[in-house]
Design a protein around this ligand. Structure first.
Ligand SMILES: [Ca+2]
Length: 570
């Protein structure tokens, strides 16, 4: 979001301006000369993330330096001893001064203390919380611009035309290089941008927009301009360069450069924050197995993913406890991991978590975390038989297992097979038989379905593990009759010529034969010889090819046999 808080001039500002000893509220370079002729590069990275009118917010002009400590924005007034403290939205929190310090320009922050100078050869070390001067460092160069170099624990200092000079905490010169700039006012250190470290310089240029608000990037190692610069006149009209700083704390994941534009007309000093670059690589992507994949084989060979552009280090964490994953790979970016034999085979029906971290710069790593669920154990319980038997209207189911693993038991399911409405039949749970947990020996089970009316049913077992996974047995089909006896009825009519009807009933399914014998016991005909479901049957017998006399018909089912006599009259 970009916020501009420019407001019209107020009477208060006019009167405040009169308090300055100088007529000019600008701390402007007195040196003549043109700039280096460096081309102005306007890159996409120069998004103006935030700005506000410091003059309006503080009620004062002449604001020259700026810093951000991760919580508050501070600006300094070069012609006084006043420091302004703002929240991150640019609302004034307080105005204060530090005894012994006046005329502060640019600021620097080392994470604990603020540092700055008053265009003299002294670096002030200050505690902005307690508002006290902690100490001073003698500087070989005047301190108008200042930036803290966290790599070398020193301060890049200078004023106007000076070579930026790295000053140690004991005042020694550690490094310096020439920028060729003559109106340097602000400086900011950068060890975030790839290829650094860099020093950014905010230079006042020719003193009017355009060309007076240019931010330059220099590579410290070679002391050379990188070709990257930005003319803030494009975004912030009317100004000259002031203090400068960099921060990764204002917007998470973004590296910003900020500072203050001193008004060129003494009216509106502007605080600004530019987006330098996203300092984080994008998160890793393209997980394989895909996020939340299910039924992943327990012998899964590898995990793979895509690292984002700019990633220079990747780390992979793996395990079943998302709060305590183990780093299994790290270093140069890899995009796959052959799952260590320590983990193989994976546990059945278990959620595994894996997390990939990409490190692109020292700014913020990015993280992607995924998970998958392994397949259920395909053979926790090994069935070796599943049988049914119908006896006196009851269905007796019996089954055996060769081995069991983690077996809670068996849900017995029944489905009514209705000829009229086969599509709508539903499985119902009619009972539960406890299992034997984990065992390697054969175990036998049975279940009696007592409450069953005539009809045809399917039965199956749902074997359930203690962990909730389950599997079904084969289905078996059972016909249940209301016939509870073995009956061979008298034929009708009898005597007959030549056709009669024979009815019979069998109590359970099995092989059935119906045969005709003569009085000498000789088999005349076989009327039925096949598997029959339990039930009631009738058949017609035509004796037109036989001579008249006495015959016998015999029903045989299993070990049950019944005979009856009939008379053919001709
Ligand atoms: Ca600075």
């Amino acid at each position: 979001m970009i916020r501009n808080l420019f407001c019209p001039l107020s009477v208060i500002l006019m009167s405040t301006a009169l308090l300055f000893s100088q007529n000019d509220n600008r701390d402007i370079s007195p040196f003549p000369g043109s700039e280096r002729g460096i081309p102005i590069n306007t890159l996409a990275m120069w998004d103006l993330e935030f700005s506000f009118n410091v003059t309006n917010a503080s009620g004062a002009s002449g604001n020259a330096g700026a810093e951000f400590d991760g919580t508050y924005i501070y600006t300094t007034r070069w012609a006084s001893n006043l420091i302004h403290k703002f929240d991150m939205s640019g609302n004034l929190v307080e105005e204060f001064s530090i005894p012994g310090v006046t005329g502060l320009r640019d600021l620097a922050f080392d994470g604990t203390y603020m540092y700055g100078g008053a265009a003299a050869n002294i670096i002030y070390q200050m505690d902005f919380n307690t508002k006290t001067l902690i100490g001073t460092i003698s500087s070989p160069v005047a301190v108008r611009f200042i930036a803290y170099d966290e790599i070398n624990d020193g301060f890049w200092c200078g004023s106007w035309t000076d070579d930026p000079t790295l000053v140690s905490r004991t005042g020694q010169t550690l490094n310096s290089f020439s920028t060729g700039l003559t109106h340097q006012y602000g400086a900011a250190f950068d060890d975030i941008t790839t290829g650094g470290e860099y020093l950014w310089i905010f230079d006042q240029g020719g003193g009017s927009c355009p060309g007076s608000l240019i931010i330059y990037q220099f590579e410290i190692a070679s002391g050379t301009f990188t070709g990257i610069s930005h003319d803030a006149c494009i975004d912030l009209t009317d100004g000259i360069a002031g203090g400068l700083f960099t921060t990764i704390d204002y917007i998470a994941g973004n590296f910003l450069i900020g500072g203050i534009m001193q008004s060129n007309t003494g009216l509106d000093d502007t605080f600004f924050l530019y987006d330098l670059s996203p300092c984080s690589v994008a998160p890793p992507s393209n997980p394989d197995p895909p996020a939340w994949a299910q039924n992943v084989p327990v012998n899964l060979a590898q995990l793979s993913w895509s690292n984002s552009p700019g990633d220079i280090v990747s780390e992979l964490y793996f395990g079943t406890d998302p709060d305590s994953l183990t780093m299994v790979q790290g270093g140069e970016p890899d995009s796959s991991w052959s799952i260590s034999s320590n983990y193989l085979p994976l546990e059945y029906l278990t959620t595994y978590y894996w997390m990939v971290i990409n490190y692109g710069t020292p700014c913020y790593p990015t993280v992607a975390e995924w998970s998958f669920i392994t397949e259920p154990d395909p053979t926790p319980v090994e069935f070796i038989s599943f049988r049914s038997e119908v006896l006196n209207g009851r269905v007796i189911l019996s089954w055996s297992t060769a081995s069991e693993t983690n077996n809670k038991g068996f849900e017995v399911g029944r489905e009514v097979c209705s000829k009229q409405n086969a599509e709508s039949s539903l499985w119902e749970r009619i009972g539960f038989v406890g299992g034997n947990g984990t065992t390697s020996g054969q175990k036998d089970y049975s279940f009696i379905d007592k409450n069953v009316s005539a009809g045809t049913y399917s039965y199956r077992l749902k074997q359930v593990d203690f962990n909730g996974s389950f599997k079904f047995s084969d289905e078996i089909r059972v016909a249940v009759s209301t016939v509870y006896d073995f009956i061979l009825s008298r034929n009708y009519p009898n005597p007959f010529n030549p056709v009669t009807n024979i009815r019979y009933e069998i109590p359970y399914s099995g092989m059935v034969t119906v045969k005709i014998y003569d009085v000498l016991g000789k088999e005349i005909a076989t009327l039925v010889s096949e598997e029959k479901q339990a039930g009631s049957y009738s058949l017609r017998f035509d004796g037109s090819s036989l001579s008249g006399g006495v015959y016998f018909y015999q029903l045989k089912s299993g070990s049950l046999i019944k005979n009856r006599k009939m008379i053919l009259l001709k």
